[in-house]
Design a protein around this ligand. Structure first.
Ligand SMILES: C[S@@+](CC[C@H](N)C(=O)[O-])C[C@H]1O[C@@H](n2cnc3c(N)ncnc32)[C@H](O)[C@@H]1O
Length: 185
């Protein structure tokens, strides 16, 4: 994940987000398997090439849906190709967003923002929009890379999350990362 700092991580570096070893470092089932149930709608914000979207699609099952959002069409194309190969295409809705507007039309049970919030220009606006998509008991998991996001910077993101209408309920442990599980305040 080299060079994906506060700039947007280019699709040219997507390979680094999708390595076999990442399954061990960032095992999706261990990180958020407890938060997603069959039949639910999950949102993968800044999905990149879809490392987490595919696992989410397995977790929601045939009746569930995953909305995978990214600002880079190239990332979404990688996700489409991968989900087709995995036989999970029908459960995944790729959505091209704008840096300042997500723009989906569904409410979600669970939203994931993995290694992407530090790339968002207006965090307050972004997180407020995420809140508007959360069902009443919906959850948002923010995970940021320790190597790009300092503790004070992460704390400041959490303050912004609070001002956007979110409340932290736990601090999950994720390798090499800072993480917070949030619900609507
Ligand atoms: C470092 S990558 C992480 C990808 C994926 N979440 C993962 O962990 O494998 C960050 C992704 O967020 C996307 N991104 C950056 N700003 C965004 C925004 N405002 N809205 C949606 N996606 C964004 C980038 O295009 C990139 O694909």
């Amino acid at each position: 994940m080299a060079n994906c700092s506060t700039d947007v991580c280019s699709y040219k570096r997507a390979w680094a987000l999708d390595t076999r070893i990442r399954n061990y470092i960032h095992d999706p089932y261990k990180i958020f398997g407890d938060y997603i149930k069959e039949g639910q709608t999950a949102l993968d914000l800044g999905c990149g090439p879809g490392f987490f979207s595919l696992a989410m699609a397995e977790m929601v099952g045939e009746k569930g849906r995953v909305i995978s959002v990214d600002i880079q069409e190239e990332m979404l194309q990688m996700l489409r190709d991968k989900s087709e190969r995995a036989g999970l295409k029908s459960r995944i809705i790729p959505h091209k967003s704008q840096p300042d507007k997500i723009g989906i039309s569904e409410m979600v049970d669970f939203a994931l923002a993995f290694y992407m919030v530090h790339e968002v220009p207006d965090k307050k606006n972004f997180l407020s929009e995420v809140v508007s998509y959360l069902k009443p008991d919906g959850k948002l998991l923010i995970v940021e890379p320790k190597f790009h996001v300092s503790k004070p910077d992460f704390d400041s993101t959490l303050k912004v999350a609070q001002s956007a209408g979110l409340k932290q309920i736990s601090e999950p442990k994720v390798l090499f990362s800072r993480a917070a599980l949030l619900i609507k305040a």
